[in-house]
Design a protein around this ligand. Structure first.
Ligand code: FAD
Length: 555
């Protein structure tokens, strides 16, 4: 049985309460997903619970770069640069349709963060540490070449530029594909199940009582080891376990805004200076360009960080300074997202100065918590945690082998095969009035699983854009545990951020199809519609300040 089908929830819940697991992971962000896959691949019996949708925490709200962390070089975090740098090549290999090469331009400006020599040396060190292939190594550009590369750049004060290799991804899809791969190794992963209470036997954690946030009720899951990969909620669980020590989380909020590509037609991604000494990205993606991020201290509800007007003003101001011919206004901002960095607090350091390193805490009663880190480093973080788990479980376990496990949908031998699949998909769709844009969306979202969606599309016979959205929805419900319209429009397909108009276009179709497939009554349908509309509102309408979030701005 495919336990990743939404309709398999009851058998999955039954299984979760009947077994005793070697490892229970709390948190279905990229960190928890990586741990579940690593442990399951070593032969452990694994369960994973996520209180919201998979990736609904920080793992759908990042800058979506699989990167070597150039800024950490500036902070002299050499080991971190080396680790995430070499990891990005591995993650690219494991999911080449989702982790795509994205050349990044670093303009050098008078009074900017980096001078020419320092940039040239820094990018060289970055390439060496990250093991970048020779053909992708950094190129230093003259002022003229830099303007040729990106004509929208501000000319006065421009000295030249550096072009270097980065990778772009879809963080939520990466997380979901890691979880599906974990499931293929036997891990039982479930969303909308909240770890509410630890269960102890002789002073040691032996299980977790969970609340079902979809169907109601509670379930107890037994496990020999429990890992909390709860991101911004790690301290909440440490408090529940009464195991807080001197170290605690420091949450900082990062906002991105999305504008139409026609309003900011960049030729490629740019990483540029802000007047306050920080640096931000502008990244073209499909029909949009997104800009971010901010970095401000955060004390509100971890589940609902909001984009506020000062965040938008800060990013617009930065973009308009660097690309003066563009002159973006608030009216250009179609969508946005706000995410929380679960960093480790260091006395006296501001939001931007805090280290992005991960850290593991082990409590007396056996709770292993992991916090901090990067999307890019998820596999190595998982390896470190699972090594600890293996040690504590005793016995012999295989070594980490996730560097060799291709993620679901990523079964391509190289870039050419991805292009070929896009071409074939476009050809199949062309008699139905669709083509390259739809094909590229499908292949970069679902990889080799595109064929399943197309087969469904042709089998259903509704050969229109509406039919294609319904086939995508069917796949996401059948294979990706999609329970709500927002799961589909946000975490499974990225439309809330990068194609918000299409959400408005297809919301009735999707809500009606989900109601039919999942047996929703009028109340549930109304609630779903309300939640979707609320999410669209929060992504595109910006309050001056969210009242409950007592915030201390670090702009
Ligand atoms: P999360 O994704 O937050 O996952 C934790 C999960 O635990 C949540 O889904 C939550 O609902 C769940 N949970 C919590 N409590 C419970 C409970 N009691 N029961 C069940 N489930 C629970 N990294 C990069 O490599 N590249 C980037 O470009 C990048 N950009 C970033 C930009 C921003 C603005 C931010 C904020 C971060 C960025 N990062 C980036 C860092 C990266 O996004 C994070 O390190 C990563 O997503 C953290 O994943 P996580 O799984 O630890 O946390």
């Amino acid at each position: 049985m495919n336990l990743f089908a939404g309709i398999s929830r009851l058998p999955l819940l039954e299984r979760l309460t009947e077994r005793t697991y070697d490892l229970l992971v709390i948190g279905g962000g990229v960190t928890g997903a990586g741990i579940a896959l690593d442990a399951a691949a070593r032969g452990m019996r694994v369960a994973l619970v996520e209180q919201q949708d998979f990736a609904a925490g920080t793992s759908s709200r990042s800058t979506k770069l699989i990167h070597g962390g150039l800024r950490y070089l500036k902070q002299l975090e050499i080991k971190l640069v080396q680790e995430v740098g070499s990891e990005r090549a591995i993650v690219h290999r494991l999911a080449p349709h989702l982790v795509i090469a994205e050349p990044m331009l670093l303009p050098l400006v008078e009074g900017g963060t980096y001078g020419r020599l320092a940039t040239s040396f820094g990018l060289w060190v970055y390439d060496v540490l990250a093991g970048v292939r020779t053909e992708d190594r950094r190129r230093m550009l003259s002022r003229t070449d830099t303007l040729h590369q990106e004509p929208l750049l501000r000319e006065p004060g421009l000295l030249g530029g550096g072009l270097y290799a980065e990778y772009r991804t879809d963080d939520a899809r990466l997380t979901v594909e890691i979880l599906k791969t974990a499931s293929s190794f036997g891990a039982d992963c479930i969303n909308y199940l909240r770890a509410a209470e630890f269960v102890y036997t002789d002073g040691r954690i032996s299980g977790v009582r969970c609340e079902d946030r979809l169907m109601g009720g509670t379930h107890t899951i037994q496990a020999r080891q429990v890992v909390s990969a709860a991101g911004p909620w790690v301290d909440e669980l440490r408090k529940l376990n009464q195991s807080m020590n001197r170290k605690r989380l420091h949450l900082t909020k990062g906002v991105h805004i999305v504008v139409p590509r026609t309003r900011m037609p960049l030729r490629q991604s740019v990483y540029f200076d802000m007047p306050d000494g920080r640096m931000i990205f502008a990244i073209p993606r499909g029909r949009t360009t997104y800009i971010g991020t901010t970095d401000t201290d955060y004390q509100g509800d971890p589940a609902r960080p909001r984009t506020e007007l000062p965040d938008v003003a800060y990013l617009l101001d930065g973009a308009n300074r660097m690309f003066p011919s563009v002159q973006l206004t608030l009216a250009d901002v179609e969508s946005s997202w706000a995410g929380l960095r679960p960093l480790i607090h260091e006395e006296g350091k501001s939001a931007s100065e805090l280290s992005r390193k991960d850290e593991i805490f082990v409590s007396e009663s056996g709770l292993i918590s992991i916090a901090g880190g990067k999307l890019t480093g998820y596999r190595k973080m998982a390896e470190r945690v699972v090594n600890r788990v293996a040690q504590r479980l005793g016995g012999t376990w295989e070594r980490c082998r996730t560097a060799q496990i291709t993620l679901c949908g990523g079964e391509f031998s190289g870039r050419d095969e991805i292009s070929a699949l896009i071409r074939q998909t476009a050809e199949r769709l062309s008699p139905c009035g669709m083509g390259e844009p739809e094909a590229a969306h499908l292949v970069h979202t679902f990889g080799t699983q595109t064929d399943l969606i197309l087969d469904r599309f042709f089998a259903e016979g509704n050969l229109s854009p509406r039919g294609l959205v319904l086939a995508e929805l069917w796949f996401c419900m059948e294979y990706e545990m999609t329970h709500t319209a927002l799961d589909f429009f946000n975490r499974r397909t990225g439309r809330v951020y990068f194609d918000i108009h299409s959400v408005r276009q297809w919301q009735d179709t999707v809500l009606a199809a989900m109601a039919r497939a999942l047996g929703w009554g009028p109340d549930r349908s109304a609630r779903e519609r309300g939640e979707l509309e609320q999410a669209l509102h929060e992504a595109s309408v910006f309050p001056e300040q969210v009242p409950q979030a007592a915030r201390e701005t670090a702009h």
